[in-house]
Design a protein around this ligand. Structure first.
Ligand code: UD1
Length: 417
């Protein structure tokens, strides 16, 4: 097992390049199931969730060759329909294979993701949508078992804009007979990126990035050759780290337009951000200001940045109120931040953070992906040496974060224990 040891209080300087977005890469990898042939994906981050998806595709019969941040995925001999529990349990996004498997093989057996650290996270909306498209679905022994003699277009209206649900239905609809309409679709950049990739394969999709997506089924696609968008959450996380350490860093290779709501809030907190076409210059203030946030579906403030923003607010002047409106149990980091001296009270989905002058280093434990990123933000600002345990959560979604911090002058060590 590995831990991170971070000596806080160092000002960072220099530049880093933002990696490809994990949450855009995963659906695109699943999309290769849709069509037999040799697909090529580039700008893929080297993170654990991607390796899990590769194992899953291989289990289904795909042949995968790895390059530098790129993969050739040959789905010609893809023949198995089962996404087994041992893979799905480590990565909920495995559920993204459900729609493509139904489309390609007419059957799918995907383990239910089950409980998750950040809430119940059901997949009922994925299932209802696929049923409307003509899939017969049963739940048995922890698996979703789906079959169809041919998917057909349908009008699907989501109660909640679900990201992977929208992606699953969009992929299933690409080769379905007739037109599918997804109402109240998720508008996240990752959904739009998937649509653009599918369009490059020959799919007929309009409206991605808006609340209504229309897909006209086709029976002719070509293999995918596509480069993944940069990771907006990694970008936001590095902005928070630069902000909390009063640093001056350049984040290259990002898409600032994907994090407008985050940039607005970071600026309210006193962080100086200069936007260029594909980079952000971030300068932290000597003292952060408190500001309130409420997480909402895109284009509003993302839940995946809530924990990191909370860590910032721990050392801001005044009181900030944070409302988590997407997931019901996404305050696992609070107890760990408190161990470092943060003053945070929670009631239901609301957290009240009263800023303190300094955080103090402590041994802390990562509990989920973004919670572990918030501990890094806090540790970089804290006095003393913080030890972060269970960093396998961090490694699910951040590519070489420790190496990037070291390259900026951070005192960060990864140690095997
Ligand atoms: C995706 C992201 C995750 C991010 C989340 C919200 C990926 C791989 N993961 O997760 O990083 O935190 O979006 O931006 O892209 N819901 C239902 N029924 C469903 C599906 C969802 O009730 O069938 C609810 C969820 O419990 C949650 C809300 O809808 O309250 C949004 O969840 P959703 O957008 O589906 O999250 P994911 O796609 O799992």
């Amino acid at each position: 097992m590995e831990i991170l040891i971070i000596k806080g209080g160092k000002k960072l300087e220099g530049e880093i390049t933002i990696s490809g977005a994990k949450n855009a890469a995963l659906p695109l990898m699943a999309a290769t199931i849709l069509w037999s042939g040799k697909h090529k994906l580039s700008n893929i981050p080297d993170v654990r969730d991607i390796r899990t998806m590769i194992r899953l595709l291989t289990t289904l019969g795909a042949a995968v060759t790895e390059g530098k941040n790129s993969y050739h995925i040959d789905t010609t001999n893809l023949c198995k329909e089962e996404a087994p529990y041992n893979l799905v349990k480590t990565m909920r996004a495995s559920v993204l294979t459900l729609g493509p498997l139904l489309s390609r093989l007419g059957k799918a057996k995907v383990s239910l993701p089950g409980g998750c650290a950040i809430g119940a996270r059901p997949i009922d909306l994925h299932i209802q949508g696929l049923e409307k498209m003509g899939a017969a679905i049963t739940l048995s022994q922890g698996y979703v078992i789906a079959e169809t003699d041919g998917l057909r277009g349908a009008d699907i209206s989501f109660d909640i804009p679900t990201v992977t649900g929208t992606e699953n239905i969009m992929m299933a609809a690409v080769t379905a007979r007739g037109k599918t309409r997804i109402e109240n679709a998720a508008r996240e950049p990752e959904v739009k990126d998937l649509a653009e990739a599918l369009i490059s394969m020959g799919a007929n999709i309009s409206g991605a990035g808006e609340s209504m997506i229309e897909i006209e089924g086709t029976d002719e696609l070509t293999p995918l050759s596509y480069s993944i968008i940069p990771d907006r959450i990694e970008t936001g996380t590095f902005c928070a780290i630069a902000g909390v350490t009063n640093s001056n860093v350049l984040l290259k290779g990002c898409k600032p337009e994907h994090l407008e709501s985050v940039i607005e809030k970071l600026r309210e907190a006193g962080i100086d951000i200069t936007v260029e076409s594909s980079s952000l210059r971030v300068k932290g203030p000597s003292k952060l200001h408190s500001t309130n946030i409420k997480t909402m579906p895109y284009p509003w403030f993302p839940t995946d940045m809530q924990a990191q923003f909370m860590a910032l607010m721990c050392v801001a002047d005044g009181t900030s109120v944070i409302r988590e409106k997407i997931f019901e149990n996404r305050y696992m980091h609070v107890a760990e931040l408190r161990r470092m001296g943060a003053n945070i009270e929670t009631e239901g989905n609301t957290a009240t953070v009263r800023g303190v002058n300094t955080l103090n280093a402590a041994p802390v434990m990562a509990t989920d992906l973004r919670a572990s990123a918030s501990l890094i933000v806090a540790a970089m600002a804290a006095e003393g040496e913080t030890i972060i345990d269970r960093i396998y959560h961090l490694d699910r979604g951040y590519e070489k974060i420790d190496e990037k911090l070291v390259s900026l002058g951070g005192d960060v060590k990864r140690v095997s224990i």
